[in-house]
Design a protein around this ligand. Sequence first.
Ligand code: ADP
Ligand code: ZN
Ligand code: ZN
Length: 884
Amino acid sequence: MNESQLALAQWLAAEYLAPLPTVLRHFLPPGANRQPLTVVEPLTTDPAPAGLSPTEMALLRYLQMQKKPVPLEDLDARTVKSLAEKNLVQRRATLSKPRVGPRIERTVELLISPDEFEDALFRVGQNSKQADILRFLWQTDDPLPRESVALAAAGAASDSPLGGLEKRGWIERLPAQTLVLPAPNFSGTENLSAAEKTLLATLQSAGQPVDEASLPPDSKSALKSLREQQAVVLLKEPPRVALRLPPADMPAAIIALRGAEKHARVLELLAQEEGSVWLGWIFAQTDATQKTLSDLAAIGAVALDEARRWRDPLAGKAFTLAQPPILTTEQRDVLAKIVPALDHFGKPFLIHGVTGAGKTEIYLQAIARVLRRGKGVIFLVPEIMLATQIIERVRARFPDRVAVWHSALSPGERFDTWERVRDGKLSIVVGARSALFAPIQQLGLIIVDEEHEPAYKQDRAPTFHAREAAIELARLNDAPVILGSATPDVVSFRKAERGEYRLLSLPNRILAHAEHLAVQAALLKKKRANITVPRGKSVVTLPLPPVEVVDLREELKAGNRSIFSRALSTAIAETLNRDEQIILFLNRRGTATFVMCRDCGYVANCPRCDSTLTFHQPSGQLVCHHCGYRGESPSVCPECGSERIRYFGLGTERVEAALKRQFPQARPIRLDRDTTRKPGSHYTFLQHFIAGRANVMIGTQMVAKGLDLPLVTLVGVISADTGLYLPDFRAAERTFQVLMQVAGRAGRSPLGGKVIVQTYTPDQPAIIAAAAHDYHTFYRDELAFRYEQGYPPFKRLARLTFAGYGREQSQAEAETLANELRLWVDREGFPAVEIIGPAPTYVQRVGNRFRWQILVRAPNPAEILRPVPLPLNWRVDIDPVSLL
Ligand code: ADP
Ligand code: ZN
Ligand code: ZN
């Protein structure tokens, strides 16, 4: 660790009341928790130094002959020690370097047309004699001789596949028969006896050969004499096999017999796609395995390929400005203020600008200047998985200089990145809050994009806020800090107002570079003819999309019980008809599908916690999101026995189901914590949407962030107020932020766009302000509320939480600490300090533990709490971002 890292660690420990060793762990290189390896290498090339014992001589010789240092554990430690004391060898600790591979993602592309699927599928999967037999029988409608069937199918006259097929009712085995038919040119009818005449007449009237066995037993002698007179012919039929399966069911049967259903599903999925598809997507959507795909590749039905993982997700659709564009006047003004401040630490800059206002472009130009000074940059983003577009832009501008720092890297990749950053080979580290601990040389700038995001707060010790830590690290390195946001944290904006930050504004949204726009418009014109692209300017700005607020109470009054208001339904239908894309947003906070009895009001709760259980569609199970409990969903009410027990609330699954029911042409994709749990799947899903394979994206917070999707012309907010009533002083701020963000997703191309916000409380200030894209009004209202209630930025908070067993004991424990704190504050005579609580937390039981919280409100709560020894099972969070 360098000096500033050590100083930062000490600051974090002190500021957030965390043990120093816990903090230090964040700075260690990946793999540092492995046992270090001690190696031994010779310090002399002299083959025979004086005064060595034969053993020492032998060992030294051995070391001299090796090309690499030898692990100590392979040598005799005592001899090594005495050689080391004579300064002839040295022992050195190393970390063995993990293997590193580039991050490559595989893709698959369909090579055959759907009418060739059947044929392809008959050739994959495992060999099946039964399937071969079906295909053989399928050639003709007539029963075929058993012998030839068995031979053709199996190459051996085994009967067991036939038995299997017969058991399924797909074929019938016909025994050997003798068929009788009248001879065509027989002319001696007058010589026949009466019985013979009758028999011949029967055979003639049958019109087809008759089975000998079906003739009446008393006609035996008549038949014999007819035969002698050559009046009839006997045909011997061997045992035969007849197909009983309807022809339409044949392909499915053959595919099932060959175990090729997975292959079929893959082909069907690919048929709906255009171009190549990420393997991850195939695995997410079907039960296919690697083998399924290699089978299909082996017969030439698909091609497997590899592509770089972080490639531009908008490749071919939009374009990345690799060259810096000419800045707009506004951008130039902003940059002009930043550039002279780039050499030293100073008051942080706060760039306030809506999404698309050109903040990132400012960051990039500032980075370029810092790199030219030979210094490095840390670029913080709230969540790396949502930052692919930003990463792509930074990479395009500064090829080969960018390290992406995140937890989904493999140990090898992480080690490699760490090493290359430390060696100064990569001078820009883009990452989530842990990127602050990257061993960057000569730090020259820290950028904190979307500075208002709660993801910047770490919830384990040290519970630091990355924005605050960034400012401290910058101070320690004498480097500047740039913060940016469309909806600055009320606390940050207040600091800017009071002159602690330097506020810079970018009030207009940039549609795009004119050149880019021309390309886009040319593509889009195929969809809609009436697009006009303003000419003659290099940059075109555009207004924020219009927001329509729909009062859901009116919908209920009008008898509309659908999830979608009439306005939203109409807009969805129109957008789908124009073949454009839609984002439907659900606020994750406070939305859940829970189970409630309509008769007695019973709600299914977790038996281990107090939290409400959430219903999950695919498994039909009830899940507790706090402790992970899973249980079956009841079909009758456990309280009153009523069957009117139903799902309430709204999850993305229900929106998807309703959408499919109401709009058959919708091809939805869900993006939420459940569907994107696998690493990388978020990216795959997004890719899918960007490629136009889905036309509606339904999701929670995730869909709101980090995307520039030109084809999205409608954003629907299913219910805006779900997060508003949570017992957290930031509830309104979070709601406002997410509404502003999601609204910014619509209309980012010449196609334009609009936003529809559904709410039960259309007169909530946060909703009104978001609908008007009006940060300032929101800020004023919110600030007044914070002042009145004594919340940040006017007071700071610390939150102490306790989790313990036993309802009474936990409460008693919490009360004891609260009382001790009150006594302590009184005794020390701290001014303006309040101890609030104890109170049960929002979700009081997690697992079998009961949780309580105490809030400390003070100008500097860490200072008050630092000397207080916290009892076991208490946790402390300075400046908490959530009180839930
Ligand atoms: P933000 O970071 O505020 O969301 P961006 O920097 O991403 O804004 O800018 C939005 C879009 O406008 C991007 O496509 C970007 O490439 C483009 N853009 C930004 N500045 C300029 C400029 N000066 N000239 C042309 N295009 C620009
Ligand atoms: Zn009930
Ligand atoms: Zn639970």
